[in-house]
Unconditional design. Sequence first.
Length: 152
Amino acid sequence: MQPSKFFTVVSVVTLALAVPSAHAQESGLVVTPSEMQWKRGDVPGLESVQIIGGQFKPGPYVAMVKFPANFTVKPHSHPEARQYTVISGTWYVGWGSTFDESRLKALPPGSFYTEPANVPHFVLTKEPVIIQVTGTGPSATNYTAPPPAPSK
């Protein structure tokens, strides 16, 4: 085979293999609410869905978490920086190693905030809330005091 024909054949094969890959990258990830597979976690009352990656695996993740009404999360921190968006309901977040309701800030749907790594914070809901959280795992939850025993 002549060098020019060989180059042409290799180019055509390379292009043919690259086109499906390029097409897949153009479409991206699309997930509708009905396609989300919500799962109960270790904390009673909470449900979550991993959209990209996984919070407890190395690498970036995107997750949504459903909180019931009248839910309190005691002061805790995470080893990674996080970004939050409130999808529905009003989310109350405060900073510090002691739960202090006067320090809570009400975040209505559409609100966004960041959470620095290892900074203690606490949460309260008064109605059902869905939040979206992004970060880079692996993640953990480190309570400033021992967490309460799960209720049965």
